[in-house]
Design a protein around this ligand. Structure first.
Ligand SMILES: Nc1nc2c(c(=O)[nH]1)N[C@H]1C(S)=C(S)[C@@H](COP(=O)(O)OP(=O)(O)OC[C@H]3O[C@@H](n4cnc5c(=O)[nH]c(N)nc54)[C@H](O)[C@@H]3O)O[C@H]1N2
Ligand SMILES: Nc1nc2c(c(=O)[nH]1)N[C@H]1C(S)=C(S)[C@@H](COP(=O)(O)OP(=O)(O)OC[C@H]3O[C@@H](n4cnc5c(=O)[nH]c(N)nc54)[C@H](O)[C@@H]3O)O[C@H]1N2
Ligand SMILES: [Mo]
Length: 738
């Protein structure tokens, strides 16, 4: 998220595309409604008439999986009408000419054919958005859970750059994150392709963290089968099943099948191909769930042995920093001590590290921090916060500390709820120190990429992350200067270039302490402090790039979903080639799309999304009596005309068949929120498996108040080409009366 929730109150136009904040971010929605009251025009683009759509000024129904084509339609119009921000593009963006060229391949009647959106609507939305200054853009899972998820999430910032809306109050791309602290989870590196702080997995990154953790790099390397495996992207939540079940895949994992699974804080029943998850769980040697509740899939598996449920403490019983959707961190105090035998997650992990033989290394940096402050024992979670702030310099967490975050929490009333600006004792700080927060004196960055304010007020250009020249020789540095600095575009600050870029001399002592490091590595903050003194952003001042020259799709293009509702378009807009070793799995794309005429057998487009009363799997909320009461049964929304053609009445039991040959038994719910070709399934149920109620498998006293079939049982095969995120937002299905 480049901006923040309150900032949307400065927007004149808000495009909500692939998100339903009225249901999923009700607090965020308040800011959107306030913006509307102040005169902002709200447009919601969604294949499902959502509760957000109901509050918008205009609802635009789109065929799911066609957002790239829709935006190219808008860009086509923006280009021909010269509605783009030319000065902004010239100064701050690389590759926009290519995008305009591509947009010519999407004439508006073609876009209308692909998306189902009338030409006039495309023109109107494009014109309104381009003329509103500033306009904000919001998306979430409606865009990411597609084979083209990455293309979707690239085309949206491209649109905002074309309109000059990035780096402005009331503008930006505002991705509303999912779980409480999901931003923190990704900042901390709960990703199989990166160490914490998005450092990646290369040797230099490992060495950086080994230095911070005070462990030998060689020791660390010995934890892995080889250096190659140490630097190799791991399995993803969506691909690990193939590593258990599919021999062809073992080669991607050093010729070893996965033998054990530890699940900590994840539902996993919500990942598509639930039948594969079950089969994999049944086959593993060992399965462990660390969870305050009985994890949903613990009752789905048929295994009888070596299945362990370790009771984790809930968030009320633990404390620490959590990151919000706007990159701001908050301190959470413990409300009560853990009840009964449950324990906080970190304690369980410390014990696990002990049994695995590396507890000393695991905790070493915490003891080092305690020692520096003259203490014998470390303090949890304060010292862990210090460790994280000191090591994660890539995104600028070093200005953060447990002390500062606690002060923010204790002085909540001292921050403006709209701008996040502090007052009184909190003056010159933004609530939660949204990253980057480069030093203890830095206020945090509520709006990213704003190069019209000084760096010490949260100013910055675009990050220089891909060299200072594009392969075609174009200079990628910005011609603009941050106020208060003497220098225009410059590379990221390193020990090697700091003297020439800043025009300063380091002392010999300083030189020794920063040798071989950059703004994001090493253990001192000298390079960063010097850059800040010179008024510069440590990560450089460059141009945004619209071309990713080393990716398969160098610029985003429309590709039909794997299981397309418009098979007639798959010839012209085919999906990707099959991809081997994608998060260690050999994933099918074109071979699956071409496997058969899917639509003949499965004629309906399947949409999935959320219910306001339930969260994720619903494990927690279906165990809450009153929430379970609100939605106590799994259903499928179906258009009455479609239902009648299938002889299905409102409230009938129906079987929904998925393209993997799986099925679920649910109630039909007549609805005009879907069009005649689509059905909608909520994703928040579990506990019934292909018609079989599993409630008796729950240990005594843990039965949820509501169970239902999981949508992930019938969502189609398909994964984002770059991230392996399952394609749950479009797929095909067939419905029959039960
Ligand atoms: N009450 C509640 N709140 C939640 C959650 C919950 O389970 N319950 N989950 C949390 C989590 S983990 C997350 S990630 C967020 C998710 O937040 P959202 O992304 O807002 O959630 P969804 O309802 O899955 O999908 C949003 C919308 O995308 C639409 N959509 C589907 N396909 C397409 C498409 O191809 N194009 C477009 N333009 N739109 C499409 C859907 O119809 C839906 O209205 O919510 C969080 N908040
Ligand atoms: N069809 C379809 N499928 C989807 C989606 C969709 O839109 N459509 N959305 C996808 C998305 S974005 C998401 S995020 C997933 C849902 O995400 P999931 O992770 O599958 O769902 P949750 O129910 O939130 O699961 C979290 C688990 O963590 C446990 N837990 C809660 N607090 C703690 C704690 O402090 N410690 C520990 N150890 N455990 C804790 C909960 O009891 C629960 O079992 O669904 C995905 N699947
Ligand atoms: Mo999520």
């Amino acid at each position: 998220m480049t901006n923040h929730l309150g900032d949307m109150q400065f927007s004149k136009f808000i495009l909500v595309i692939g998100a339903n904040p009225a249901v999923n971010h009700p607090v965020g929605m308040v800011h959107i409604l306030r913006a509307k009251e102040a005169g902002a025009h709200i447009v919601c683009v969604d294949p499902h008439f959502s509760k957000t759509a109901a509050k918008a000024d205009e609802y635009v129904r789109i065929r799911s999986g066609t957002d790239v084509a829709f935006v190219y339609g808008m860009l086509n119009h923006i280009y021909t009408q010269k509605l783009y921000d030319e000065k902004y593009l010239k100064e701050r963006v690389y590759g926009y000419e290519e995008i305009f060229k591509e947009a010519q391949k999407y004439p508006l009647d073609e876009v209308a054919n692909i998306t189902g959106i009338p030409v006039d609507t495309i023109k109107r939305v494009a014109t309104q958005m381009a003329k509103a200054k500033p306009a904000s853009l919001i998306w979430n899972q409606g865009l990411t859970q597609h084979t083209v998820g990455t293309n979707n999430t690239r085309i949206m910032p491209i649109l905002q750059l074309m309109l000059g809306n990035i780096g402005k109050n009331g503008g930006g791309v505002n991705i509303l994150r999912g779980h409480d602290n999901v931003q923190g989870a990704s900042d901390m590196g709960n990703l199989s392709d990166s160490l914490p702080g998005y450092y990646g997995l290369a040797q230099g990154s490992w060495k950086h963290f080994c230095a911070h953790w005070d462990v030998d790099y060689e020791w660390m390397q010995k934890r892995f089968a080889s250096k190659e495996m140490m630097e190799k992207t791991g399995y993803a939540l969506s691909t690990w099943r193939f590593g258990v079940l599919d021999e062809e895949n073992f080669a991607n994992n050093n010729n070893t099948p996965i033998k054990a699974l530890v699940v900590i804080g994840n539902g996993i029943s919500t990942t598509s191909l639930l039948d594969k998850t079950k089969a994999a769980l049944d086959k593993l040697d060992l399965v462990v769930f660390i969870d305050p509740y009985v994890n949903d899939v613990a009752v789905i598996t048929d295994r009888k042995d070596n299945l362990f449920l370790l009771p984790a403490a809930s968030q009320m019983e633990s404390s620490g920093s959590v990151a919000a959707t706007n990159r701001g961190y908050q301190w959470r105090y413990q409300v009560m001590k853990p009840m009964f035998e449950c324990r906080e997650d970190h304690e369980i992990l410390f014990d696990l590290a002990q049994r695995l033989g590396f507890k000393e290394e695991f905790q070493k940096s915490l003891y080092n921090i305690a020692k520096k402050e003259g203490r014998k024992d470390f303090i949890w979670p304060d010292d862990a916060t210090t460790e994280m702030a000191q090591s994660i310099r890539s995104i600028g967490l070093q200005g953060m500390s447990a002390k500062r975050l606690k002060e923010h929490c204790d002085n909540w009333h001292m921050f403006d709820k709209v701008t996040l600006a502090g007052m009184g004792p909190m003056k010159n700080q933004y609530y939660g120190l949204p990253w980057p927060c480069w030093s203890e004196k830095h206020p945090g960055t509520p709006v990213m990429y704003n190069d019209s304010i000084p760096v010490m007020q949260g100013g910055m250009g675009f990050r220089v992350n891909w060299g200072i020249k594009a392969p075609d020789g174009t200079n990628l540095l910005s011609p603009r200067r941050l106020p208060g600095s003497k220098i225009t575009g410059h590379p990221a600050i390193t020990a090697e270039n700091i003297e020439s870029v800043l025009g300063i001399k380091l002392t010999e002592k300083e030189k020794t302490s920063v040798k071989g490091t950059s703004f994001s590595t090493g253990t001192t903050n000298i390079l960063v402090e010097k850059a800040l003194q010179a008024g510069l952003c440590p990560y450089g001042n460059g141009k945004a790039r619209m071309i990713v020259w080393d990716w398969y799709d160098k610029i985003p293009i429309h590709r039909e979903p794997l299981h397309s509702y418009r098979p007639d378009l798959t010839q012209k807009y085919p999906t990707f080639p099959d991809k081997k070793n994608n998060f260690r799995a050999n994933l099918k794309y074109i071979s699956r799309q071409k496997e058969k005429d899917w639509k003949q057998e499965y004629p309906l487009n399947m949409l999935t999304g959320r219910l306001v009363a339930h969260m994720g799997t619903g494990t927690e909320t279906r165990s809450a009596k009153y929430l379970a009461e609100i939605y106590n049964e799994m259903f499928v929304e179906i258009h009455p005309n479609t239902a009648l053609s299938l002889n299905v009445n409102d409230g009938d039991d129906v079987w929904v068949y998925g393209t993997s040959g799986t099925k679920i038994l649910v109630k039909a719910k007549y609805s005009y929120r879907v069009d005649e070709g689509s059905v909608f399934l909520p994703q928040n149920f579990s506990g019934i498996y292909e018609g079989k109620n599993l409630i008796d498998r729950y240990p005594q006293g843990t039965k949820p108040y509501a169970v239902g079939e999981a949508a992930s049982m019938v969502t189609s095969y398909g994964f984002d080409y770059n991230t392996a995120c399952p394609e749950t937002k479009c797929g095909l299905c067939r419905i029959e009366k039960a």
